[in-house]
Write a protein that binds this ligand. Structure first.
Ligand code: AMP
Length: 438
């Protein structure tokens, strides 16, 4: 039996993912049961302009581990939900656990699964979990020699955290050679690039599976699909994600069962076998190749913007789910999922993922279509109290619908009505699935 739900929760982070988490946690019956002085508390650090409209936000940066532990203590927080990977890799969960505060999000050992692509590749190979063949290099010459035996396209990955930008899918050999030199001898990637992986390119459709893990127990969340490239038709540079939809129907129930058997279960067990007591989200990036599903990467936190479509489809109490995982009591958790479709369009600042302006005023429409919500990602308030852009990805517009088309129409109607001089968004989120279903 799961212990009584916590009545004071701190969400760490400042993006769309955290706004979506805050919205989902706020829906928990535990957040509305108590009235009066003992009213439950949901807070965020550092948050953004949208989160601050809903709950108290504290100006403690997501990578300020000591500051976050102090905040949690001061506010008598009973449960911390960590959004981004950086504080996890800095040991925030270790420190909170040492302070007696339960946390959702793995300790630093588990966070290495995202912080080091080489660590993960070695684990995948050791446990024979399907993944692309790869070589590991610390020096330019052996890496270039290895490339001579390969053909383009080929994937070059910086080992460490590079905010989603340390991966180059080189279409030609000169591009691959440049990427190798850039990472290993340049300083463009800092210490993240002191070791690299050269990985065979996997071909197919990509999907991501979000798994709530607690030791050897796990719950697979609804499927979703991301649109990584900046431009319509999947063109231009990779970004943090320009939109998502759920469910990803390319992952049929039979395929999901295969992914569970060949990838999810072996991954969760491998992580436990390696001695990591992982309690958090394992986000598995998967390529659906003709030969079967293969792992592209692990992340150790909810995806952004996957969370924005996955959590609204979870009918179960999200707080109860994350709390059960943190307490090691996830076995037997029965996840209920809504039948609706969800779609999220990311509104970015024009120029992203390269240079983009900050401080542009954002005017949100007074009315939104049914079942549509605006998730803030990179927003803040200026001196006049106006909402302004403060990041490359500014907002996420999420809509639910009884069909994917309905969800898309609702989300795009809201996108059209958002005013911002630097507004940019892709017009084709969900297009592939929409085409397939029509
Ligand atoms: P990652 O940061 O590892 O998720 O890589 C970013 C993106 O690069 C992925 O979402 C894929 O689109 C692409 N990618 C990474 N590894 C491979 C691979 N082995 N084959 C093809 N594409 C890849």
């Amino acid at each position: 039996m799961v212990k009584q739900l916590p009545s004071s929760i701190l969400v760490v982070g400042s993006g769309g993912r955290e706004h979506a988490l805050v919205k989902a946690l706020a829906l928990s019956p535990a957040m509305s049961q108590i009235e009066g002085p003992a009213k439950p508390l949901l807070i965020c650090a550092p948050g953004n302009a949208g989160i601050a409209q809903e709950i108290p936000c504290f100006p403690v940066a997501a990578d300020d581990v000591a500051g976050l532990v102090a905040l949690a203590r001061r506010e008598k927080i009973e449960f911390v939900v960590v959004g981004p990977e950086v504080p996890l890799s800095l040991g925030l969960s270790d420190r909170l656990i040492a302070a007696g505060i339960p946390v959702y999000g793995p300790k630093a050992d588990g966070a290495r699964l995202e912080a080091s692509k080489i660590f993960t590749k070695q684990l995948l190979l050791k446990y024979r979990i399907p993944t692309a063949a790869a070589g590991i290099f610390t020096a330019v010459e052996p890496a270039l020699d290895y490339l001579k035996r390969k053909t383009a396209p080929i994937v070059i990955k910086a080992d460490g955290l590079a905010a989603g930008k340390g991966v180059i899918v080189a279409q030609t050999m000169p591009e691959a050679e440049n990427a190798v030199r850039d990472m290993l001898s340049g300083n463009k990637f800092g210490s993240a690039g002191s070791q690299i992986l050269i990985e065979d390119c996997l071909f197919g459709e990509e999907t991501s599976i979000l798994v709530v893990v607690s030791g050897r127990d796990y719950v697979i969340l609804p499927t979703s699909q991301d649109h990584k490239r900046i431009g319509d038709g999947d063109t231009g540079p990779n970004t943090g994600g320009m939109g998502t939809y759920s469910p990803a129907e390319v992952v049929t129930p039979a395929l999901l069962a295969r992914i569970d058997r060949e990838i999810v279960k072996p991954s969760v067990n491998a992580i436990a076998d390696e001695g990591m007591d992982f309690r958090g989200t394992l986000f598995i990036g998967i390529m659906l190749t003709p030969a079967g599903p293969g792992v592209i990467e692990y992340n150790v936190r909810f995806g952004d913007p996957e969370t924005q479509v996955v959590l609204p489809r979870v009918k179960s109490d999200v707080l109860a789910l994350l709390w059960a995982a943190a307490q090691g009591e996830l076995a037997g958790f029965n996840l209920e999922v809504r039948p609706d479709y969800a779609l999220c369009v990311v509104i970015a600042a024009r120029g992203y993922p390269d240079k983009y302006p900050k401080g542009d005023p954002v005017t949100l429409p007074p009315d939104l279509p049914a079942q549509t919500s605006i998730i803030h990602a990179g927003t803040s308030k200026d001196a006049k109290g106006r909402i302004v852009t403060n990041g490359g990805r500014v907002l996420g517009v999420t809509a639910l619908g009884s069909t994917l088309r309905e969800a898309a129409d609702r989300a795009y109607e809201a996108c059209e009505n958002i005013q911002c001089a630097s507004k940019y968004f892709r017009r084709d989120i969900g297009a592939r699935q929409l085409r397939r279903s029509s």
